[in-house]
Design a protein around this ligand. Structure first.
Ligand code: ARG
Length: 461
């Protein structure tokens, strides 16, 4: 094996098992571009500040650009024996430039280098996740626009509760997703600070210019404390947390779609391209995509937990435990992107079956509150009206009737205030149309909600 970068202090070669154990190139090579970008900014700063010759800084920058081009064209592959992506890029540079390459790491440590790399890498990933969430919200808007009048039962405790519309139901998810964008933006904002120049932990005696690298790398500000600069992984945890909440929303939506696809509901039907069959049961059409999203949510929570637990006992500043941050946060990022890119077209092609939603809304006494409200509007206190309606529901259940089909005589026997107009008051359409309160399910209220959501979304994109 070749000499390690630190060979001078050691009298023995590293044990192969330790080398394998220690190495992170398998999972950090994906940060090659961020690593090179960070190094280019560092080299430019070293040249600018006279810490190395300007001509050498220029050569280093050219060399790094060459490495980037060769990696991207496939000409240069990662050496699995390299300890990590930072060592790989640096030794490749030295192979190409000789002594000049060796000057790049002046006044820098892998500790601040890796802290820069992850930030740059994740900053880009957040943009991609965010774009998917925007697309998902727009997909929901399109569904809502077609379903202002699609009456369905709203549930509490999974029991039919009060009538709503499908537009109203799906827009609840748009609201959640909009908050998810807010959380992603917050995470991106706090991530966008510059740790470069923290060096190993205690800054440096060289006259570096951290403001310059901050500008070159598009960070918002310099991290104010070098110990914090190399040992902060809050930004990974914060992003994993935002992603976990987003996954939780996708999972709840998925769970509902799974229920809606069942023969017991049949409120929707997935497009054949987004469902799977069974190896034995010819009749089956399974909502695997949504089940996988529900399953993968647990996996992302695991990533968040990994990060939180990894950090809770590490003294300042850098500890090798922190190398474990990458697999966890990369997994969370990869998983949520994978879920979103499949969920969006699945949702866009999902067929809504309004007749079945309406039929379900017609059962289960979901107009009972409206029946009580009918009496309240005629002057009865709500509690008395509630009790009278409860008695009517009981009678209906005994007789196998609904409130719509119960004869007026039965109504009057319970309470004389009832009249012919009760049937109009408890009709499904009336029940939905009258729920006009802000944020409610009446088509006009839902249209207002959608307009506000659109405004909020366009302010964000
Ligand atoms: N591969 C390491 C990581 O991901 C880079 C930092 C190494 N620093 C050190 N002091 N050994 O954390």
């Amino acid at each position: 094996m070749a000499d390690m970068m630190w060979a001078g202090r050691f009298t023995k070669q590293i044990d192969d098992k330790v080398n394998d154990f220690n190495s992170s190139i398998k999972f950090d090579s994906r940060m090659y571009k961020s690593d090179i970008e960070g190094s280019i900014a560092h080299a430019a700063m070293l040249g600018e500040c006279g810490i190395i010759e300007k001509s050498e800084s220029e050569k280093i920058i050219e060399g790094l650009k060459g490495i980037l081009a060769d990696i991207e064209s496939g000409k240069l592959g990662f050496d699995p024996a390299a300890e990590d992506i930072h060592m790989f890029n640096e030794s490749e540079l030295t192979k190409r430039l000789g002594a000049t390459g060796k000057r790049l790491h002046t006044s820098r440590s892998r500790n601040d280098q890796v802290a820069v790399d992850i930030r740059l890498y994740l900053r880009d990933e957040v943009k991609q996740i965010r774009a998917y969430v925007v697309e998902l919200i727009e997909t929901i808007f399109a569904i809502a626009e077609k379903n202002f009048e699609t009456v369905m039962p709203g549930y509490t405790h999974m029991q039919r509760a009060q009538p709503i519309t499908f537009a109203h139901h799906v827009l609840a998810y748009a609201q959640m997703l909009l908050r998810d964008i807010g959380r992603l933006d917050d995470a991106a904002k706090r991530m966008n600070v510059n740790p470069l120049g923290s060096c190993a932990l205690a800054g440096t005696t060289y006259p570096i210019n951290r403001q310059l690298t901050t500008e070159l790398l598009g960070f918002d500000e310099v991290m104010g404390n070098s110990l914090d600069g190399v040992s902060d992984r809050d930004f990974c945890i914060e992003l994993a947390s935002a992603i976990s909440i987003l996954m939780m929303h996708l999972s709840r939506f998925s769970e509902e779609i799974i229920l809606w696809c069942s023969w017991e509901f049949k409120f929707v039907e997935l497009d054949d391209a987004f469902a799977t069959g069974s190896s034995i049961m010819p009749q089956k059409k399974n909502p695997d995509v949504t089940e996988l999203i529900r399953g993968k949510t647990g996996r992302v929570y695991g990533d968040l937990n990994t990060l939180l637990t990894m950090m809770k006992g590490t003294p300042l500043a850098y500890n090798k435990d922190m190398q474990e941050d990458k697999e966890a946060i990369f997994d969370a990022v990869d998983t949520v992107k994978l879920c979103l890119r499949t969920f969006i077209p699945m949702l866009a092609t999902m067929r809504v079956i309004p007749e079945n939603m309406r039929a379900a809304a017609a059962k289960g006494f979901i107009n009972a509150t409206d029946c009580a409200d009918y009496l309240v509007k005629k002057g009865m206190p709500f509690r008395d009206a509630y009790k009278a309606t409860g008695t009517l529901v009981h009678i209906c259940i005994e007789k196998g009737l609904t409130l719509e089909t119960l004869p007026l005589g039965e109504y009057k026997a319970v309470c004389d205030t009832f009249d012919e107009d009760v049937y109009e008051a408890i009709s499904l359409d009336t029940c939905v149309m009258q729920r006009k309160s802000e944020g409610g399910p009446a088509p006009e209220a839902v249209k207002a909600q959608l307009a506000k959501l659109k405004e909020k979304l366009s302010a964000l994109v």
